[in-house]
Design a protein around this ligand. Structure first.
Ligand code: ZN
Length: 253
């Protein structure tokens, strides 16, 4: 099983945890980054566990915009470490924090455009945070810039927008919420099987049946079990398909 979106730099005692993930059938995780220090940290972790960790570097959109100096340094980092990076992310547009941030949405769109250019220059896929009405805005931007590979993580969008994302051939992931939340179950049903990924967005805490559990890739098995009944496929089929899709999206074997 592959966790297609996790914030690994926010975990403690990672060596021990990775051992147990591995023993429980987790083969890889796509580790995303939130800012420049987080990007360095993700790459550091990738060096320590090159088989398990696939690194993405980026600036999370629900935070204040990084300084131009940080962005320049980050661009250099992408250039130097290109071979150890599988994607640009987590990038996207703010939604939940938009009223608490001091920059306008237009400024975030400009910044996102520059990250997408970097992804394009280096032929890297993008790990996207683009939810609710921002999904459509980001989708238009991807199409305008002819971005070939993108992953809409934990997507929340209307069925109309979901259909457009699917038609464009982009990937979409579901989280443990698909086990207990109707909104996510309806979304999962509508995602074409060959574009579906699974993720935890750990260490984000879930409610429902996961209320007392720490979020880790160990929750993926529950996601697969639920997807199997939602999509009327065997557990093995869901497992195989989501593995293939993640590798296809982030280009690794
Ligand atoms: Zn995330």
């Amino acid at each position: 099983m592959i966790d297609s979106h996790i914030h690994l730099d926010q975990y403690l005692e990672l060596d021990k945890q990775i051992e147990s993930w591995h023993a429980n059938g987790i083969t890889q995780v796509i580790a995303v980054s939130n800012d420049l220090p987080s990007s360095y940290r993700t790459l550091e972790l990738q060096l320590k566990h090159p088989e398990m960790i696939k690194a993405c570097v980026g600036f999370h959109p629900e935070y204040p915009l990084p300084t131009e100096q940080d962005v320049k340094e980050w661009e250099q980092l992408v250039k130097i470490e290109r071979k150890r990076i599988v994607g640009i992310g987590e990038i996207g547009l703010p939604h939940y924090q938009i009223n608490n941030l001091s920059h306008t949405l237009t400024e975030y769109i400009d910044r996102l455009t520059s990250y997408l250019h970097i992804a394009k220059i280096h032929s890297l896929p993008v790990a996207l945070h683009a939810v609710h009405d921002k999904a459509q805005v980001v989708l238009s931007l991807l199409q305008e810039l002819e971005i070939k590979k993108a992953h809409f993580h934990w997507l929340k969008a209307s069925s109309h927008v979901l259909e457009q994302i699917s038609r464009a051939g982009y990937f979409i992931s579901v989280t443990p919420e698909v086990c207990y939340r109707r909104r996510d179950q309806l979304l999962a049903r509508a995602i074409p099987l060959n574009q579906l990924l699974i993720e935890t967005d750990g260490p984000w805490k879930y409610t429902g049946p996961f209320k007392s559990r720490q979020t880790s890739p160990l929750l993926l098995q529950d996601i697969i079990t639920h997807l199997s009944s939602l999509k009327n496929k065997t557990i093995e089929q869901i497992h195989t398909e989501t593995n293939i899709n993640t590798k296809r999206c982030y280009c690794f074997n």
